[in-house]
Design a protein around this ligand. Structure first.
Ligand code: ASP
Length: 362
């Protein structure tokens, strides 16, 4: 007796993958993605009455349904409202489908993946975010591989996380960053190895995959929040920072140098940070580097901690920003938010444990 094929919901939000060239450059075209996939042997078993991915080395056929957003966008136009709508859509379909593929533009994909990871508490199924640098409408593209891999992962593997699939690599969504504006290897997770690489063989790093965060799915939405990301640069002035941190701001991600350093010789800047954090503004220290973490190694970094800035460990600025927006979306005192920022809630950071004595016996 043959098993019923798993069902995957494809949520199409826009992005290059489903774009065609218009008079002012590439734009997303409604209906195109479904039509194109339905006409390609890679994505549709000929004769099947509904969209059916043919069997592969990873398993049998997969049925999939495309849900297209009313407003298809270049992902530069994605907002928190779109993130919340996506989260609710996933929750509505969560029971019925084995997995989800979110088809998205690459530009803000890492932000959406991070935001979804926080909002989808107790997620039990894979949510695979993907897109491409070259549209599916072009003969030579990266869309086929990315879409195919994402569908296979969503249909055949029980990974209860928001992940990002691109260029044969499966990354944890809230660990990923877009690092190349044109290249096909556009995403990287500097501080966590890929959860899988789809090569000749497919090995999932089950040791890295996290269990569900709660027994059942519940959406905890992000609401409108006054949160900014502020990148330090040599010559940044105290009045600039003071202006940004003024009311009604509730939180700021500071993108600092190296291991979390800032110009500690600029004592007026430290005073402004201290004043903001005394007013209840939650300040988080993340590094501008794509790899490595904020550590209390330097006096220049320690000064920030003394000014009330919370160390963001190895969180990407994308993860830190969406996490802070999300934490502030529920009634919490700043102290509680600061404590939660430093904890790994969805695998978004490596918690620094105290000094542990290591031994060859361990
Ligand atoms: N500008 C596009 C977007 O983010 C880029 C892409 O999808 O690759 O929607």
């Amino acid at each position: 007796m043959s098993e019923t094929p798993p069902k995957v919901a494809v949520l199409f939000t826009g992005g290059t993958i489903g774009m065609q060239r218009g008079p002012r450059g590439y734009v997303p075209v409604p209906g195109y993605l479904g039509e194109r996939m339905g006409s390609m042997a890679t994505f549709h078993l000929p004769g099947a009455p509904r969209l059916t991915l043919p069997p592969s080395d990873l398993g049998g056929a997969i049925h999939y349904t495309i849900f297209e957003s009313e407003r298809l966008v270049d992902s530069s136009n994605m907002t928190r409202v779109d993130w919340v709508a996506l989260a609710h859509r996933i929750a509505e379909l969560h029971e019925e489908y084995a997995g989800f593929v979110v088809v998205h533009g690459t530009d803000t994909m890492a932000y959406t993946a991070s935001a979804l990871s926080f909002m989808l508490e107790g997620l039990q199924k894979p949510v695979v975010v993907t897109g491409s640098q070259i549209p599916l409408s072009r003969v030579r593209n990266d869309a086929v591989d990315n879409l195919l891999g994402a569908l296979l992962i969503a249909g055949h593997f029980e990974i209860p996380e928001v992940v990002l699939y691109f260029n044969h690599k499966l990354l944890r969504g809230n660990r990923s960053q877009k690092v190349d504006a044109q290249g096909l290897n556009a995403f990287r997770s500097g501080n966590l190895p890929p959860l899988a690489e789809l090569g000749l063989q497919v090995e999932i790093r089950w040791d890295l995959v996290l269990p569900p965060t709660a027994p059942a799915l519940r959406v905890r939405p992000i609401t409108d929040q006054h949160v900014v990301a502020l990148r330090l640069f040599p010559g940044i002035t105290t009045p600039m920072v003071e202006q940004v941190l003024g009311p009604p701001l509730r939180g700021a991600i500071l993108e600092t140098y190296g291991a979390g350093n800032a110009p500690d010789a600029q004592t007026d800047l430290l005073r402004v940070l201290r004043e903001a954090s005394d007013r209840g503004v939650v300040l988080v220290n993340t590094t501008q580097c794509h790899r490595g973490m904020v550590r209390p190694d330097y006096a220049a970094g320690q000064a920030l901690a003394e000014a009330g800035v919370v160390p963001g460990a190895d969180m990407t600025p994308e993860a830190a920003l969406t996490k802070l927006q999300w934490l502030l979306s529920e009634p919490r005192e700043p102290e509680e938010v600061r404590a939660l920022v430093t904890r790994s809630l969805r695998g978004e950071l490596t918690e620094l444990s105290g000094v542990v004595r290591r031994s060859w016996r361990a």
